[in-house]
Design a binder for this molecule. Structure first.
Ligand SMILES: NC(=O)c1ccc[n+]([C@@H]2O[C@H](COP(=O)([O-])OP(=O)(O)OC[C@H]3O[C@@H](n4cnc5c(N)ncnc54)[C@H](O)[C@@H]3O)[C@@H](O)[C@H]2O)c1
Length: 719
């Protein structure tokens, strides 16, 4: 037992972290002895914190200690021959949601952080050293430490209807540090493990479905929800009786020697080009996965202890905990949202415009609100195209089994395309997504106001125009509110709700309630050019255009932005948004703040856009490099900017713009800006949104001689 996990942690003193627990100890006794058909006895532990499913089991120091004691008791019983196996499962729908993050974020010193990792290893490691086989019955949610319970066990089954399964640690700025980084690649091979440990968390924290977990080899057997435990116990009995368990993706010698180092190298290259080198957790995870190729479990666990100790006390984790708090708490209780009771009940939605945005959110309205939705455009052909898109999307959902035929037909029946605006008379919520021009928007609202009821709410999806100006010609401007979706609508969780000086409480309240019912997070902003996200993205795009104008090749400009960690480079983003919309936003920003936005000067080539766009059937120009090269021409005789210069300019530009936005009251606090950037621009969660990053990079200091956050939020105090 020289390399046993129990021996490794036998003499560690855990008393410094015992005080961290908030006292919510998961009760998991009495352990139930279950006599299997063969006559063997399996002792079953059920993790259950006694709360409803909204409060999942989490693993804090006290819970772990108690679980460790239970496992010690079972080891003794196994040695005495009283039990032949141990099983571990969770309360209904939940195995465990992982480490108790409120505990971890309270950790002050590196030594204490290491103790958290060591305690998890010591306790979960026991599952592999009981003297009898251990079985994890993954009956539901298994995230982080929850999944590591299963990985430390000898065998695993999963309930086919389980909720998410994942190792999300990298997304939170840490690494799977209770065995995951060592055990997973040794179970399912390096390429699969890279997917689960690094790629999925970086893809907006993607989770695995039970079937995927089974296909990857993370679990050995999958059973339907009905009789899941009975089937799992019978399966365990068969395994105890000698049934062979096939581990199809378990790496062999050849994979370890050849595929493993190549996969790591490729993953590193991919990471560097996708997220730059600033975020630490993906690289720390990569290092651990690399080393997991050889050496003992005890060595692997010791490496995880050190990596976790580094990351938990680093500034990136502090920033991601700040982001976690924003998304978990602030996003759920939007600042400035009026009383829900003031909201108007929405029974029929009118949508004006059937283009890129309108057709996407029309689908969301029918799916989430399940009310009739009318959609219109300039002519029947455009209306038909929008409706066809919605029908096609419903069809896709149906073919993927996410909607049954009945519901799909019901949804289709709720969508009506029309050029007859009189049908809008009984709509209580009308939203426009026509061209980004004040005159056009004023005209459509003028027309619709004559038709709808006096108290119907009007909303505009404008990206950057003044909502007040859009409503200037309305008889009841108080009913107008900005309701700014992000593209792609199905994916982006944010809606910026814009209040003008006249917007009524009823209109505002309705907007918040509708946003919530659409399953989106809403943030209230003032009626300032570009609101929050587009103002800052325009800054990014403007700096990119400026660098090209100075003669920097587009590909170098894209690369210079990589350290920001945004989901894509600035030109790729312009291509996604559509060059026409992007040009409008830049123009609006440059008109509003000519001294700080470069649109007029350097985006002048965009004037050529209309012609290019008209040629493109889908309304969007594809092949961003080619288009960008064509449209953005360097000025004669200028000097290309270096990557450092470009990055520093954009960092300083963002820092000063954010400061100005706060001074002008666009939103009350910098937290709202970070929330918008995380949810609306995909700003990396592990950077905590923009402001902690700009503080850390010294940009805040350079831009306005201060900082947005206290050292605590930036994590500096912990170093
Ligand atoms: N593209 C984006 O990523 C994005 C994101 C958020 C907000 N927006 C905003 O949404 C709005 C629409 O943008 P889009 O990208 O969907 O543009 P789009 O060109 O795809 O769609 C606009 C549609 O409005 C129709 N239209 C124009 N005038 C009309 C009128 N008088 N009556 C009825 N229909 C009319 C057009 O025929 C077209 O189908 C703009 O205000 C834009 O700023 C766009």
């Amino acid at each position: 037992m020289a390399h046993s996990i129990s021996a490794q942690y036998a003499n560690v003193d855990f008393s410094p972290i015992q005080a961290l627990t908030d006292g919510e100890v998961i009760t998991h006794s009495p352990v139930r002895d279950i006599r299997l058909a063969s006559g063997k006895v399996l002792a079953l532990i059920t993790l259950d914190n006694g709360r409803d499913h909204t409060r999942p089991n989490t693993l804090g120091p006290a819970t772990l200690t108690a679980l460790g004691e239970t496992l010690d008791g079972l080891t003794a019983r196994a040695a005495a021959g009283e039990i032949q196996a141990v099983g571990i499962t969770g309360k209904q729908y939940i195995l465990a949601a992982g480490a108790d993050l409120s505990d971890i974020s309270k950790v002050g010193s590196r030594d204490d952080a290491r103790l958290i990792a060591q305690l998890g290893h010591k306790v979960l490691g026991k599952l592999g050293e009981l003297g009898v086989p251990s079985f994890a019955f993954v009956n539901g949610l298994a995230l982080g430490g929850g999944l590591e319970i299963a990985l430390n066990s000898d065998y695993r089954t999963v309930d086919a209807s389980s909720a998410a399964i994942a190792l999300p640690e990298v997304f939170l700025g840490i690494i799977p540090g209770w065995g995951g980084a060592y055990l997973l690649p040794n179970l399912i091979g390096i390429e699969n493990a890279l997917e689960v440990v690094i790629s999925n968390p970086l893809k907006q924290n993607r989770m695995l479905k039970p079937q995927q977990a089974f296909d990857l080899g993370i679990v050995d057997a999958i059973f339907p929800a009905a009789n899941y435990l009975e089937n799992s116990l019978a399966w365990a009995d068969a395994v105890l009786g000698g049934k062979k368990v096939e581990r199809k993706n378990e790496p062999g010698k050849i994979e370890r020697l050849t595929k493993w180092p190549i996969a790591i190298k490729m993953a590193r290259g991919m990471l560097e080009s996708k997220i730059g080198t600033v975020p630490k957790s993906p690289y720390a995870a990569l290092e651990l996965l690399d080393k997991a190729r050889s050496g003992t479990k005890a060595e692997g666990f010791a490496r995880e202890d050190e990596a976790l100790a580094d990351l938990v006390t680093g500034d990136q984790f502090a920033a991601s905990m700040y982001a976690f708090d924003l998304v978990q708490k602030r996003a759920k209780r939007p600042v400035g949202a009026p009383d829900k009771a003031l909201a108007k009940k929405v029974t029929k939605v009118g949508i004006i415009g059937a283009g890129l945005m309108a057709s996407q959110f029309a689908l969301l309205f029918v799916r989430k609100l399940q009310v009739p939705v009318l959609i219109t455009d300039l002519d029947q052909a455009r209306v038909d195209k929008g409706v066809a898109y919605i029908h096609e999307q419903i069809g896709t959902l149906e073919s993927k089994g996410r909607l049954d035929a009945d519901s799909a037909n019901k949804l289709r029946a709720l969508v009506t395309g029309t050029t007859d605006k009189s049908l809008y008379a009984d709509c209580d919520f009308v939203i426009e997504a026509v061209f980004e021009e004040v005159g056009v928007k004023q005209q459509v609202f003028g027309e619709i106001e004559k038709i709808i009821a006096e108290d119907a709410i009007l909303a505009t999806n404008t990206s950057s125009l003044s909502v007040e100006e859009i409503g200037a010609k309305l008889q009841h401007p108080e009913r107008l509110v900005g309701f700014h979706f992000f593209n792609p609508v199905a994916v982006m969780p944010l809606i910026e709700i814009v209040k003008t000086p006249t917007t009524s409480e009823a209109a505002l309240s309705t907007a918040f309630v509708v946003a919530k019912n659409l399953g989106k997070n809403a943030v209230l902003t003032a009626d300032a050019p570009g609101f929050v996200v587009n103002r800052l993205l325009a800054k990014v795009m403007g700096e990119a255009a400026r660098a090209v104008y100075e003669g920097t090749p587009i590909i170098d400009v894209e690369k210079a932005f990589a350290p920001l960690g945004l989901p894509m480079g600035p030109f790729q983003l312009i291509d996604l948004v559509g060059w026409k919309v992007a040009a409008h936003v830049q123009d609006t920003m440059a008109d509003a703040f000519p001294e700080r936005f470069y649109a007029n000067e350097n985006f002048h080539a965009l004037a050529e856009l209309d012609a290019v766009i008209e040629k493109d059937k889908g309304g969007r120009v594809t092949g961003w490099t080619k288009q960008a090269e064509k449209l953005l021409k360097p000025a004669v005789g200028s000097t290309p900017a270096s990557a450092d210069t470009i990055l520093r300019r954009v960092q300083d530009g963002l820092a000063s713009e954010i400061k100005l936005m706060l001074d002008d009251g666009v939103v009350p606090e910098v937290e709202d800006i970070d929330l918008c950037l995380i949810l609306g621009a995909g700003w990396p969660f592990i950077d905590g949104g923009a402001s902690p990053y700009l503080d850390r990079e010294g940009a805040s200091e350079r831009a306005f001689g201060g900082e947005f956050h206290t050292p605590q939020i930036r994590g500096i105090e912990n170093r």
